[in-house]
Design a binder for this molecule. Structure first.
Ligand code: SAH
Length: 251
């Protein structure tokens, strides 16, 4: 990977990007570039849309509140993240924001809140989650935005699992500690890795009936994250690190 340009500001723009593309900034984007960052006329920023790679763009200021960006050169081609999805029991606000942002940094392709018996967050703010996805991608040079799915009850995930051609990595706080890397290696089929979904439980963990239902599934790997109980948001990062290092794009 070429050394990443950490000095330029990055902005997500939901518009086609190609040489010469002119994108009018919305109110918030114009305010951010003009009044928060106070960028001058012709300042360069990096822009991406999750589809067309990353482009260097030049600022064209019309007024204190209006501006456009003109894409000039492509700086990075669009990548395709590994097919790793994070299923998790939504946490309360700040920890949920943290978990979503870390999942983006760790390269997941989708984020799916799952309501389990002990989930404490009653409803999930999908717009807030999508805003956290964009913020994390802008800050960390992520080019592909993971899809944010609406929350579903665990029962539905379990019922639908057999029809999905995915392997479920069940991060189980009750699993006997031992060999997570060796366990993950068993998922490699010849030279390839199947589509993966990790599931992380709520603050109170999974209840025994849920655990039993997970273990009845075909295509499930019960994974221990060591001898200590991790907080749910820590567990998500730890599990994703193991998966990326063993089976994903950290190899
Ligand atoms: N009560 C703590 C921890 C709850 S466990 C809290 O406040 O968050 C939350 C989830 O993290 C579990 O359901 C499991 O998915 C994962 N987890 C935590 N420790 C783990 C471990 N040692 N092995 C596997 N998964 C773990």
């Amino acid at each position: 990977m070429s050394r990443y340009d950490f000095t330029s500001h990055r902005l997500f723009l939901d518009a086609p990007l190609h040489a010469g593309a002119e994108i009018a900034l919305n109110k918030d984007q114009a305010n951010y570039l003009l009044n928060v960052l106070r960028l001058p006329e012709a300042a360069g920023v990096l822009v991406f849309n999750g589809r067309d790679g990353e482009w260097r763009a030049q600022l064209s200021i019309a007024s204190k509140k209006a501006a456009r960006l003109i894409a000039t050169e492509k700086t990075r081609g669009q990548d395709r993240p590994a097919d790793i999805e994070l299923l998790f029991a939504p946490l309360k606000h700040a920890r949920l924001d943290y978990m979503v942002q870390k999942a983006v940094e760790m390269g997941v392709c989708a984020i799916r809140p799952v309501i389990t018996r002990r989930t404490q967050a009653s409803r999930v703010n999908l717009e807030r989650m999508r805003a956290n996805v964009i913020e994390a991608a802008e800050q960390c040079g992520v080019l592909s935005l993971p899809k944010v799915h609406a929350e579903v009850p665990l029962r539905q995930v379990l019922d639908e699992w057999p029809q999905k051609n995915r392997t479920l990595i069940f991060c189980d706080e009750d699993a006997a500690p031992g060999g997570p890397l060796a366990a993950l290696e068993t998922l490699r089929r010849g030279g390839s890795v199947p589509p993966l979904s990790l599931v992380i439980g709520p603050e109170g963990g999974f209840d025994p009936e849920e655990r039993a239902q997970f273990l009845l599934l075909s295509n499930v790997l019960r994974l221990s994250l060591g001898p200590r109980i991790l907080r749910a948001d820590t567990a998500a990062v730890a599990a994703l690190a193991l998966v990326q290092a063993c089976l994903g794009d950290w190899r």
